[in-house]
Design a protein around this ligand. Structure first.
Ligand SMILES: *Cc1c(COP(=O)(O)O)cnc(C)c1O
Length: 391
């Protein structure tokens, strides 16, 4: 055996996305102790940078030392107790995982379902709230990565407030890619991930909790069933009031990486980052539609960072993705769950959301499709994308 050197890929799937070289460099800086005063100073900066990214003043804002799924689990095991009732909106894979979490907390999940590729139907959610006045929380995904659909978080949080429920939001794919306002929209609990629009290495999950949510955690009747994710304990390490004490060994170098990625986001500015994602998405749409591919989601609810497109039945899905990987070092995502085998998911997340990736994807995919017999005018498709940038 010898050292592992990964191939250099362009990552345009559902995550991880391309990591900015500045972040990789930060990752390789010397490891220091996780209670070293210099490290603790950096942790305080991470917290401030996360408050900026989430647009919140929430005191309890920090990264969980594990991937997005652990952020999801942190939110549910801390807020939900045995016997509680939670309304779950499901229009893709990740809503289903929220339901799993609720049930494993010993609570009841009331599922409001919408078709994959459709946005969450607000009227159906309101009906569920009126039929279940004892619901403790309502949970939904902001950016459903399995379909490329955006939910109206502001309206859904307004409903939660109206019916005196906590709002729980999955922002794994939305943070840094589209507008997200934790305080202005009244989000009570939110979790994200590092490897999507933050373009950081995978393995951390930023979370944030409102005062109302913190109160609910402090007033629990039972102990949180997970020792590792119990925020009452984690706060002894991440909280600013108490003297910091050992809870678990923080992933020191990964946190350097997160610090750098959040700094990059702050340097660019949230609005500029959202605008960049929107522009590259528009150019990709122009190019892919010129190739004859169809978008799964209605324009109004499309995510700029995750583009789900369907392809003709004559096309060999796996062969196309293999050719892209082998001939162009380009990774795009396959369909997930109900959309498996019928769509591709093309990510334009964070550092990967740029003009050259858009043009690479259109020309590479166009060439591969043409080789499979699809009538595709590749140069016309590239020109259509360039027109968007020239406007
Ligand atoms: C990727 C993703 C997750 C899970 O994050 P991991 O880091 O893979 O655990 C959860 N929710 C959504 C919407 C995601 O896209």
């Amino acid at each position: 055996m010898k050292s592992f050197h990964p191939p250099v890929r362009t990552l345009m799937g559902p995550g991880p996305s391309d990591v900015n070289p500045r972040i990789l460099e930060a990752l390789s800086r010397p490891t220091i102790g996780h209670l070293d005063p210099a490290f603790i100073e950096m942790m305080d900066e991470i917290k401030q940078l996360l408050q900026y990214a989430f647009k919140t003043e929430n005191e309890l804002t920090m990264p969980v030392s594990a991937p997005g799924s652990a952020g999801m689990e942190t939110v549910f095991v801390n807020l939900i107790e045995r016997g509680d009732k939670v309304i779950i909106c499901q229009n893709g894979v990740f809503g289903g995982r929220m339901k799993e979490n609720v049930e494993r907390c010993g609570a009841q999940a009331i599922v409001v379902e919408d078709p994959w590729g459709s946005t969450i139907d607000i009227d159906k959610v309101e009906r569920a709230l009126t039929e279940n006045p004892d619901a403790k929380a309502i949970a939904f995904v902001h950016a459903e990565t399995s379909t490329g659909t955006r939910s109206d978080v502001e309206v859904l949080c307004g409903l939660a407030a109206k019916y005196d429920c906590l709002s729980i939001v999955d922002a794994v794919t939305s943070l840094g890619g589209i507008e997200l306002e934790v305080d202005a929209w009244g989000i009570d609990a939110i979790y994200s991930g590092t490897q999507k629009c933050l373009s950081c290495v995978p393995g951390l999950s930023p979370v944030s909790f409102s005062e109302r949510a913190v109160r609910s955690i402090r007033e629990r009747e039972s102990k949180v069933q997970s020792w590792f994710l119990d925020l009452n304990l984690v706060m002894g390490y991440w909280g600013s009031d108490a003297k910091r004490s050992y809870h678990h060994t923080a992933p020191v170098n990964s946190l350097y990486a997160l610090h750098e990625s959040l700094l990059i986001l702050q340097e660019e500015g949230l609005q500029n980052a959202w605008d960049r994602h929107a522009l590259n998405h528009e150019a990709l749409v122009a190019g892919l539609e010129a190739l004859g591919l169809k978008f799964v989601v209605d324009k109004e609810y499309r995510l700029p960072q995750l583009n789900a497109v369907s392809f003709p039945a004559s096309i060999d899905d796996a062969a196309v993705r293999t050719a892209l990987l082998n001939d162009y070092n380009l990774e795009i995502g396959s369909g997930l769950g109900a959309l498996a085998g019928s769509v591709w998911r093309i990510g334009l997340m964070g550092f990967a959301s740029n003009k050259s990736n858009v043009l690479l994807c259109i020309s590479a995919l166009g060439n591969v499709l043409a080789a499979q017999g699809l009538q595709a005018d590749v140069s016309k498709a590239v020109a259509a994308a360039l027109t968007v940038y020239a406007a």
